[in-house]
Write a protein that binds this ligand. Structure first.
Ligand SMILES: [Zn+2]
Length: 413
């Protein structure tokens, strides 16, 4: 058995599902975004993004805030997505303003003179139009469209969340993505992220409604403007604060009160979202049930057991458990999470496991003529901790993760 000891063998009991939030002020620099009568989208987006970031920094000291820009700067959305991915964000919030083209209204008629093709003059009564602002108003929060899910998988494949070394063989495998395990993992992440994004978008719109804004709803969109949502490898939403083309909303979005209010609303939605995730994390009972079901299914589907032969370690094995504080279980029982069984050997410190704190062990087994590798994570003192860890592992793509029990160092199930 190989033990890949990471720097600190800590345990995910204290783990927070939201550690880094990336805040993206839409547009910037040479790209002003939509224009109102006297203001431009990029400035409002930046003001609200900075206010939101400040609120999060003050109220959630355990959360790191990363900004795609803090000044009036232009970056391609791909660059912004790269900033988010490099930060290994757990959440991406892009802030924008909407705009609708002005309407024309007939305010009278006048007579104009024209010439026909032979040069002869004639007159015609024509309507006189006046441009009026489009009355469209309200907030919208977008998630990426499901039809674009492949683009999201592409972003995940290219992101530092999974890929850490462009030259590694593992990276090459991920880039090919013909590998079923990789596809499963990308799909799992994609679906989890889609669900979470959708949930957050609903919360944001709910908070806007509570303070009396008109909500046009949580929506899916797939045109160009939302590319940044596809390109980020994390749950992502795009918030349209309101219509800059609507004079009333332009005033609101340029006012200190308006900007504070919008930032507060988004913050409250993030808080609810974070609390929900943490509740799920801590809800050991729910995940315990899921894990038992999973284990039962796996057992029912498993082929007839074959003798399992341990392959001797080729490097000096370190089998001692990482220090885990006092053993609380009287019978010296502890728990680990089996992440997956695969033919593939993943490198020491593989980015596949980068979101899982603690040790990853590889156990080599022979099943018939096949050489397989089990990847086992952590060392947990209570079953509840282990079940919480299973939940986390599944979130990170190890959809078949389950709890294994050890007594006095021996696996007992
Ligand atoms: Zn925009």
């Amino acid at each position: 058995m190989f033990v890949y000891a990471k720097t600190t063998p800590d345990f995910p009991v204290q783990d927070k599902p939201i550690r880094t939030i990336v805040i993206d002020a839409g547009h910037g620099g040479s790209d002003p975004g939509a224009r109102g009568k006297y203001s431009v989208e990029k400035d409002i987006a930046l003001a609200v993004a900075l206010k939101l970031g400040k609120i999060v920094e003050d109220a959630m000291p355990d959360v790191k805030v990363v900004y795609t820009r803090k000044t009036d700067r232009f970056d391609d959305v791909r660059r912004k997505a790269a900033i988010a991915n490099e930060a290994q964000g757990d959440l991406f919030i892009s802030i924008h303003c909407n705009s609708a083209a002005p309407l024309s209204r007939v305010v009278g008629h006048k007579t104009r003179t024209y010439r026909n093709s032979k040069g002869k003059k004639y007159t015609k009564r024509v309507p006189v139009y006046q441009k009026i602002p489009n009355p469209a108003k309200g907030t919208e929060t977008y998630v990426w469209a499901t039809t674009k899910n492949n683009a999201k998988a592409e972003a995940l494949r290219n992101s530092s969340v999974i890929v850490f070394d462009a030259n590694s063989e593992e990276t090459q495998q991920l880039m090919n993505a013909t590998d079923p395990e990789t596809l499963i993992m990308l799909n799992t992440l994609k679906n989890v992220y889609f669900d979470q994004s959708l949930r957050l978008s609903g919360l944001v719109e709910d908070e806007f409604t509570k303070v009396g804004r008109i909500s046009r709803g949580a929506r899916q969109r797939n045109e160009k403007g939302i590319l940044v949502l596809h390109a980020t490898a994390m749950p992502s939403v795009l918030v349209e604060l309101g219509f800059i083309s609507n004079p009333e909303e332009e005033d609101f979005l340029n006012s200190k009160n308006g900007q504070d209010e919008m930032a507060q609303c988004i913050y409250r939605a993030v808080k609810r979202y974070k609390d929900q995730l943490e509740r799920v994390y801590n809800n050991a009972e729910a995940v315990r049930r899921a894990a038992h079901e999973q284990a039962a299914t796996a057992q029912a589907q498993a082929p007839a057991p074959q003798p399992v032969q341990h392959i001797p370690a080729t490097v000096s094995a370190q089998t001692e458990l990482p220090a885990s504080g006092p053993q609380t279980a009287a019978d010296n029982t502890h728990y680990k999470v089996q992440l997956m069984t695969t033919e593939k050997v993943y490198a020491r410190g593989s980015s596949l496991f980068s979101k899982l704190n603690g040790t990853i062990e590889r156990e080599d087994v022979k099943q018939g003529s096949q050489k397989l590798h089990k990847y086992i994570w952590g060392n947990f003192r209570t079953e509840a901790e282990a079940h919480a860890a299973v939940y986390k592992a599944r979130q990170h793509g190890f959809k078949d993760a389950f709890v294994v029990t050890y007594q006095n160092g021996e696996r007992v199930d």
